[in-house]
Design a protein around this ligand. Sequence first.
Ligand SMILES: C[S@@+](CC[C@H](N)C(=O)[O-])C[C@H]1O[C@@H](n2cnc3c(N)ncnc32)[C@H](O)[C@@H]1O
Length: 291
Amino acid sequence: MSTDQQWDIVTGVGRTALAVAAGRAAETARPDALMSDPYASLLVAAAQPGGPFTAPGRSGGKEPEDELWAATSEYVGLRSRVFDDYFASASADGLTQVVILAAGLDTRAYRLGWPSGTVCYELDQPAVLEFKTRILDAEGAEPGCDHRPVPVDLRDDWGAALRAAGHDAASPTAWLAEGLLPYLPPEAEARLLQEVSRLSAPGSRFAVERIDDIARLVDDPVLQEGSDDLGIDVKSLFPGGEREPVETQLAKSGWELENRTVSAAADALGRSMARMKALTEHVTHTFGRLP
Ligand SMILES: C[S@@+](CC[C@H](N)C(=O)[O-])C[C@H]1O[C@@H](n2cnc3c(N)ncnc32)[C@H](O)[C@@H]1O
């Protein structure tokens, strides 16, 4: 794998995984929580005790008056539920091969109810995956599936590592790219989407969170200020550049696609858009099926 730029859970793009986990911890603590991640708070505290992401339920948390944080954590809770439901539906339809691209501190392998025989591959940077499994092992957490971390750089040829870990391209896969694509340079994004298609047997599914106007999002002064606050330099993490729309790229490989807006998901799940509206304006959840 490429060694030119790696990161752990508190540096570079790895730190965004910590922010998302803190969002799930905040969601879990809500009386009207849309999902529950019993490990999020533990992971955040273990990564950085007392830091800006200190999770609710441990010691405090971000200030409730921080509007950007409120919007971010409300959206993270919503999107986690949306993709939890995606996996529940794929499992109900008999898919037992799951690949979570850029898994970060995602704990679905541990917290969701998987049908027996399900194999969950998690791809991310080595230090990110090592941190998560070490903390969850020490907690005595047991995966509910055959959990296979695959340390890779998703800008490189990660397909070989996935194959070596046992992935069977002849059986359908339920793929997820949640909070990933904007961090990849355009050519790496295109390669990744092609590789997913190449490794997908008929009947595979693909859920993607996409942001259509990354440049505008990155230039938003509120996001910039909030990110500085959390020690995340969004400008340097989003490589920008011209991209062919994700939908176009996937359609060329034969995926049948359905787009759902964040506000449609919020309506369906009874969550107010009031605080999330500006943050999620350019976000779409795209669901693909390969006939
Ligand atoms: C915003 S976090 C999302 C994590 C997880 N999907 C979630 O929603 O909780 C972004 C993740 O992408 C991973 N990532 C970004 N670029 C990557 C790359 N080139 N190779 C491997 N992982 C990458 C980071 O390490 C980080 O864990």
